[in-house]
Write a protein that binds this ligand. Structure first.
Ligand code: SAH
Length: 360
């Protein structure tokens, strides 16, 4: 999809054409200008030439239930970017997920998509596959938006009722190292004249880039913030995440506290559970001390193995969770999807050849 000539093509058209075109592109999710039936034929022809709508991608489905899917989207410069669709049964809908919607929704599933903000990642965290394949470049905001449009089109084809419900900026890359394009994309996705997805249905995760946390606090966008913590001490954190040498825990907590003061919003801390690395009783006690604050909550993440570490056992995770709860910390355990197609958290990798990748 290439829309950079759109303003040029619409330059001499009446103003309402922009509104029409935005609706076709970002609300009806057309994939061919011939579907834009209310536009004059000559304009449709020009748009077909100047603004191709095709999104080139390969899709990988999960083995048995085919609920989660991963797509590899091919970009103009031959690079590719991964994005994931996660489908969950709709029975446990929280207020957060409802996003203030009062309309009754009878669909069997909720659709969450995980979008990437960079091609590869410069952070090189020891537990994550994305960094291991290096960093190529930042994504442009339109390349971030394209991932959402891709899934919306696919869901619409399935049924007129289907749609993207939630967006997590937790794919490849560090969103706050590409802040301008990330926030431009988030605002575009939120805009009622384009994709119109509520900010409360969007979450961004950062490895703790404090400048980004400060900037997000100043935005008029009620988006959810998550911090990848993974260790309760700077010492261990530095071993797992090289970026922790630059951003110490005390600085991260200071900017999170300022963010909470300013926005009144909850902040989620993500904590990967790795066997013998960060999952001991002492780790749980130390973490409890850090987390015992209003509006802090912790999300324990079962580790998807990427070669370096082993996952904590279910019993260890339950025990860890109990310790935190006993200490008055608000804690949840993340369900994990898509590990059979390398689509789960931490498994997204750059495809440097630009060729189709094969998965088991
Ligand atoms: N750079 C950002 C955004 C990427 S988010 C950040 O660090 O937050 C990716 C999410 O997946 C984070 O919560 C991260 O901690 C988690 N993750 C990374 N590797 C993982 C793995 N191997 N298994 C499970 N989760 C992982």
């Amino acid at each position: 999809m290439k829309l950079n000539n759109l303003s040029k093509v619409l330059k001499d058209q009446p103003k309402y054409r922009y509104v029409q075109v935005n609706k076709f592109l970002f609300q009806d999710y057309i994939s061919d200008w011939s579907e834009a039936s209310s536009l004059p034929k000559t304009l449709r022809e020009e748009l077909t030439l100047e603004c191709p709508l095709e999104i080139k991608a390969d899709i990988f489905e999960t083995g048995t239930r085919k609920l989660s899917k991963k797509a590899l989207i091919y970009l103009e410069d031959g690079e590719s970017v991964e994005t994931v669709l996660i489908r969950q049964k709709a029975d446990k809908k929280t207020d957060e997920e409802k996003g203030g919607d009062s309309k009754s929704d009878t669909r069997a599933h909720r659709n969450t998509i995980c979008v990437s903000s960079q091609i590869g990642c410069p952070l090189d965290c020891a537990f994550c596959a994305t960094g291991q394949s290096g960093f190529q470049r930042n994504l442009l905001s339109e390349e971030i938006v394209e991932q959402v449009v891709f899934w919306q089109r696919l869901l619409r084809e399935e049924s007129a009722e289907e749609k993207v419900d939630n967006i997590v900026f937790m794919g490849m890359g560090e969103p706050f190292l590409n802040y301008n394009e990330f926030i431009k994309a988030a605002k575009f996705i939120n805009n009622p004249e384009t994709l119109n997805i509520g900010a409360r249905r969007m979450s961004v995760s950062t490895a703790g880039i404090t400048e980004g946390i400060k900037r997000l606090a100043g935005e008029k966008l009620q988006m959810n913030l998550a911090i990848s913590l993974h260790a309760a001490t700077d010492n261990l954190r530095r071993k797992l995440m090289p970026i922790a040498k630059k951003y110490e825990l005390v600085d991260i907590f200071k900017s999170v506290d300022d963010y909470i003061k300013k926005t009144g919003r909850r902040v989620m801390f993500e904590y990967l559970m790795m066997k013998g690395v960060n999952d001991s009783q002492a780790d749980a006690e130390e973490l409890s001390i850090l987390m015992r604050k209003p509006l802090y909550m912790i999300n324990l993440i079962p580790y998807n193995e990427t070669g370096r570490f082993q996952a904590s056992t279910r019993e260890t995770i339950d025990h860890f969770k109990n310790t935190l709860e006993k200490n008055g910390v608000s804690v949840t355990v993340r369900l994990s999807f898509g590990s059979d197609i390398s689509a789960a958290c931490g498994q997204l990798k750059r495809n440097p050849t630009g060729k189709k990748q094969m998965f088991d």
